[in-house]
Design a protein around this ligand. Structure first.
Ligand SMILES: Nc1ncnc2c1ncn2[C@@H]1O[C@H](COP(=O)(O)OP(=O)(O)OP(=O)(O)O)[C@@H](O)[C@H]1O
Length: 244
């Protein structure tokens, strides 16, 4: 049972260099269990690089990441992480339900449970009516929704979502966030990168990244109070300036 006292994820002095380019600088961050953590920052600031390192898809140049007390990357832990990338990794020739079946099979869900979960997540992302449509006929938003369904299908204890609601309309976005909150309350730790301000307000904790540096961490309210600002956007500008 996750507790709120021991961090679910520990990021310790992580640096990442691609070739000659340093993308992350000495990132240290504890992420508590059963919370929604939003990572925000301008395009190219290093958000995707950081979440990929947490997910074990990439490795830091130096520094360490521990997930559930295990040093990453570790396969047994990677199986406990639902990862939704920015670019959709779907099979166009397969239908939505076949894609879900394929990914769900990687997690060895029992047959009945798998069926039930697939129906459940298809409903959540409003794709039940398109379950038998080949994904190559899907719009961008539909592909995003299916990718989200895939990340959710095996009910992982940790969910990492890289801009999950891009191209998704506000009504569906609202129901997706309600579902994320419900999932979080049942014990899942959720890390989400987003540019959408009202989504950031829904997070329990935010990490602000600018040019590869973590410039502020705290709850949305806390970050606003500490910077005497009334919006996350203003707070970001404040911490960005204060960090120079
Ligand atoms: N595999 C790679 N090789 C070289 N450079 C990379 C690689 N991956 C990312 N980068 C660079 O690292 C920087 C940070 O990229 P990253 O995708 O982490 O940013 P981001 O904050 O997620 O941006 P966005 O909001 O646009 O998705 C960028 O300058 C990018 O070009």
């Amino acid at each position: 049972m996750p507790t709120n006292t021991s961090p679910c994820i520990r990021i310790e002095h992580v640096n990442k260099i691609f070739g000659k380019k340093q993308v992350l600088y000495d990132i240290t961050l504890d992420i508590p269990s059963s919370k929604i953590i939003g990572i925000l920052g301008p395009s190219g600031s290093g958000k995707t690089t950081l979440v990929k390192i947490i997910a074990g898809i990439d490795e830091p140049t130096d520094g360490d990441v521990y997930v559930l007390d295990e040093k990453m990357p570790k396969l047994s832990i990677m199986n406990k992480i639902g990862y939704m990338a920015q670019a959709d990794a779907l099979y166009g020739e397969l239908t939505a339900i076949e894609n879900l079946n394929f990914f769900a099979s990687m997690y060895n869900l029992p047959r009945e449970k798998k069926k039930q979960r697939i129906n459940n997540v298809l409903g959540l992302v409003n794709l039940t009516d398109f379950s038998k449509t080949q994904v190559k006929h899907f719009s961008g938003g539909m592909k995003r929704r299916l990718s989200l369904a895939i990340a959710l299908v095996h009910e992982p204890p940790i969910l990492i979502l890289d801009e999950p609601t891009v191209g998704i309309d506000p009504i569906l976005r609202k129901s997706i966030w309600e579902e994320l909150r419900r999932i979080c309350e049942s014990g899942t730790t959720i890390i989400v990168t987003t540019h959408v301000m009202d989504e950031l307000e829904k997070c329990d904790m935010l990490g602000m990244i600018r040019e590869g540096k973590l410039i502020a961490v705290g709850s949305p309210e806390d970050l606003k109070v500490r910077s005497s600002t009334s919006s996350i956007e203003e707070a970001f500008l404040y911490y960005g300036g204060a960090s120079q």
